[in-house]
Design a protein around this ligand. Structure first.
Ligand SMILES: [Zn+2]
Length: 240
């Protein structure tokens, strides 16, 4: 029975390693997925910014055109002013010139604000383009790395599986099945020592009679509380 317990413990060590490798692989995959999502989001944001910049440029050109037209109108009216003799007409055209000037000042202010905004947008666009380029490169590297890691991991897993099969074949089938059930239900920890009379899986005190039986290795015993497979491990004090 001592040997059977050893085989079960060996099986557990392999199963724990396999489980850790699977988790590691899932973690790496998740990191790559996160990076991929970020790259996609950045690309979408960049496209939107580019469209906004284009619209902004069109709006600026339109404002510039309106401004130039306004200036032409002001010039024309001023020329007319020098030809007018009638006071009332003079006043009316003078008023029109003032209004046109006010309108042009407003347009000018808006144009300046838009130019400012355009500069900020261009800076953000540049920043985002660079970030996107960096992340795309990182994604490519990560994908390459993960491909290599997957390959290595597959080789290791295949080797461990062969070892596991050989070991599992030496263990009583019913016991192996029971072990596998416990392993799945108890978080990958199915074979545990009893130390100082306590199950190291659930920290329950083992009845003295059972503890004696465990130490004799005549049969395989299970924790009455957590059902894990128990083996005896001498206390540090008594070993020394
Ligand atoms: Zn227990």
């Amino acid at each position: 029975m001592r040997e059977e317990i050893k085989r079960l413990a060996g099986l557990q060590a392999i199963d724990q390693e396999l489980r850790a490798q699977e988790r590691e692989l899932a973690k790496i995959s998740a990191q790559v997925d996160d990076l991929q999502t970020r790259v996609e989001q950045q690309a979408a944001e960049l496209e939107q910014l580019k469209a906004e910049e284009k619209n902004g440029a069109v709006a600026r050109r339109e404002l510039e055109r309106t401004l130039a037209e306004g200036e032409v109108q002001i010039r024309n009216k001023r020329m007319r002013l020098s030809l007018i003799k009638n006071d009332r007409e003079l006043q009316a055209v003078g008023h029109e010139v003032e209004l046109l000037k006010e309108t042009n000042q407003r347009i000018e202010a808006e144009l300046l604000a838009r130019m400012d905004g355009g500069e900020q947008q261009a800076a953000r666009l540049k920043e985002l383009s660079e970030a996107l380029e960096r992340d795309r490169a990182a994604l490519k590297d990560a994908q390459k790395a993960i491909a290599g890691e997957i390959e290595q991991l597959r080789t290791r897993v295949a080797q461990r599986r062969r070892e596991r099969e050989m070991l599992a074949a030496q263990i009583d089938a019913a016991m192996r099945q029971r072990y596998e059930t416990i392993f799945d239900r108890r978080g990958g920890n199915a074979v545990v020592p009893v130390k100082a009379g306590t199950c190291q899986g659930c920290r329950m005190r083992i009845p003295p009679q059972l503890f004696n039986l465990i130490q004799r290795y005549e049969a395989i015993h299970f924790c009455p509380n957590c059902q894990r497979i128990l083996y005896y491990e001498a206390d540090k004090e008594t070993e020394a």
